[in-house]
Ligand binder design. Structure first.
Ligand code: PBG
Length: 340
């Protein structure tokens, strides 16, 4: 019988010594199945009509609410840092029960200013939702008794809003409201008005999540406790419902969405993995405000390395099958990836 401690016997017990593939950076690079590319990133931008100067967002270091003027300088810096794709969140000064055309003037003016200044040097997607416009903070128009969102009224208003953004020069409309049938309505109104070149990126698998807190602070869109409809769980997806998440993405694609998004990112990477195998469309993943802030707050306490943490998260999104990453740290991607 062989001596169990001899080299030969050990090799028989551990025949595949895969640590050889981790031994140095050269072989780790060769063995890597994924690599990050800053060109896959989208940088969110907040522009708040009420501000006279830019203001840093609570918990989100490096993320500012901009003014209509300061956002242009911010984009200029981002372009220099290698970012060309943006997702704009306009925050209007007024709120109402039923937003109307004039309420979208500010959003349209920001889109127009950005495109006038940067034209084809940037790709500008604009978030499409009513939650920053409604006094109750819900993503659509509320019934008179305050118990539910009116789907038809909401979709009609969103389609009008989408047309305003397209007229102003948006390259992409990104509806985040989760009303039924809005992709079809938006695609139809764009096509009927010769905006067939404007893309639609649908927040298709968007979950009712606890991770949107910092964003709602910035966008002043926290659902009010004074109306009967509480929270967003009657229109955003349930964490427990897998088939709804997959079907919602398939429906939006069938209705004419060009890009499908999953949001938040980390708790839903199983959805990303499944959709990347099912759908013939680019898949975007949104590392949302609460997820971003959790990294930033840990880093601020010196408990983790900010750069390493974001790079690890981004790689996990790619590994799950996402082709597009929406991250509040997108403006760091080029520098960080080059430095790898
Ligand atoms: C609005 C909207 C939300 C986000 C994007 N669009 C939040 C919400 O549903 O309240 C979240 C983005 C983030 O947290 O970074 N419908």
């Amino acid at each position: 019988m062989a001596n169990p401690t001899s080299r030969h016997a050990l090799n028989e017990r551990y025949p595949a010594t895969h640590r050889r593939l981790r031994a140095n950076s050269h072989i780790r690079e060769l063995a890597a199945a994924f690599s990050l590319d800053h060109r896959d990133f989208i940088q969110p931008l907040f522009v708040d009509e009420t501000l006279s100067e830019r203001k840093e967002s609570r918990g989100m270091s490096g993320v500012f609410s901009e003014t209509r003027e300061s956002v242009l300088a911010s984009i200029e810096r981002d372009i220099a840092a290698g970012v060309t794709k943006f997702l704009l969140f306009p925050v209007p000064s007024g709120k109402s029960h039923h937003p109307h055309d004039a309420d979208f003037d500010f959003a349209a003016s920001v889109v127009r200013a950005v495109k006038q200044r940067f034209d084809a040097d940037v790709w500008l997607a604009c978030d499409l939702c009513l939650c920053s416009y409604t006094e109750h903070g819900h993503c659509g128009i509320l019934s008179a008794d305050g118990t539910r969102l009116l789907n038809h009224e909401t979709v009609t208003t969103l389609a009008e809003y989408a047309l305003r953004l397209a007229e102003a020069g948006a390259d992409c409309i990104a509806p985040s409201d989760m009303s039924d049938g809005r992709i079809h309505a938006i695609r139809s109104v764009l096509d009927a008005n010769e905006y067939d070149h404007v893309a639609v990126m649908s927040y298709a698998s968007k979950f009712a999540s606890a991770f949107y807190g910092p964003f709602r602070d910035v966008c002043k869109s926290r659902p009010s406790s004074t109306v009967q409809l509480q929270g967003r769980s009657t229109y955003q997806l349930s964490t427990y419902n897998l088939s709804d998440a997959l079907a919602s993405a398939e429906r939006d694609l069938a209705e004419g969405a060009d890009i499908i998004m999953v949001k938040p990112a980390v708790p839903y990477l199983d959805i990303v993995a499944r959709l990347s195998e099912r759908l013939l469309a680019p898949l975007a993943v949104y590392h949302v405000s609460g997820e971003y802030a959790s990294v930033e707050l840990l880093a601020r306490e010196g408990l983790i390395d900010r750069r390493a943490a974001h790079l690890e998260l981004w790689t996990s999104f790619k590994r799950a099958g996402a082709s597009i990453v929406i991250s509040y740290a997108a403006r760091e991607a080029c520098g960080w990836i080059q430095g790898l």
